[in-house]
Ligand binder design. Structure first.
Ligand code: GRF
Length: 208
């Protein structure tokens, strides 16, 4: 059986990318990273990809800024890049650009995102800050399929993380991030094993 080919989209630090690379290299995740694509130049995530001998591509949003619909044009190029590398599952690992229907329709239920809150609470930017401002006692993270809309797709896995007295945004983010690094590879593994069944908003896990 051929190994699942991942396309990982990044914009920054790349610690989730690193967690996925580590599991693949350790043999605990049966997948391969066909390409890593960034919308930001010179970010640590691209360095990590290169260090591990992966295809690392920077696609510059400015290159399409003069087209009638820059977001769609950008995603058309993104889509062609993913297809050229025969990507089967798109993984958004800290990708800070909204994706459009061009990508979502072509990779329906084959795009995953990780978000640092227990969705549907606190979608969008600064989820950990939103959680602290709201005074919640339990935070967490979510891996979900990407559909149109901000952080709204069917939920694959979630894990709770406690909020401690006196937590700063950095404290909470760090505690959540540790859990993300376990949760994201787990969700990808379930996909690779063909164990995710989606009905409407609900994702069920079938037996191995
Ligand atoms: C993570 O907190 C993730 O949940 C969010 O963006 C952050 C990316 O971090 N979507 P990294 O680039 O993977 O280190």
């Amino acid at each position: 059986m051929s190994v699942l080919r991942l396309g990982v989209l990044v914009s920054g630090r790349g610690s989730n990318l690193q967690a996925i690379i580590n599991e693949i290299e350790a043999g605990t995740l049966k997948a391969e990273i066909a390409v890593v694509i960034s919308n930001k130049h010179g970010v640590p995530a691209l360095d990590r990809a290169e260090r591990h001998g992966l295809n690392a591509v920077f696609l510059d949003p400015k290159a399409v800024a003069d087209t009638p619909d820059p977001r769609q044009t950008y995603d058309q190029i993104l889509l062609e890049t993913l297809q050229r590398h025969q990507v089967q599952l798109v993984v958004l690992a800290g990708y800070m650009k909204m994706i459009t229907s061009i990508l979502i329709d072509s990779y329906e239920l084959r795009i995953m995102n990780i978000h640092p809150s227990l969705l549907p609470s606190f979608p969008g930017l600064h989820a950990q800050r939103q959680a602290l401002h709201h005074g919640v006692k339990v935070a967490g993270c979510t891996v979900h399929f990407v559909t149109e809309g901000m952080d709204t797709g069917p939920i694959i896995l979630q894990q709770a993380v406690p909020v401690e007295e006196g937590d700063t945004e950095e404290d909470l983010s760090e505690r959540i991030l540790k859990v993300e690094h376990d949760l994201f590879p787990r969700a990808i593994r379930l996909f690779a094993e063909g164990r995710l069944r989606v009905t409407g908003r609900t994702v069920r896990l079938s037996d191995a």
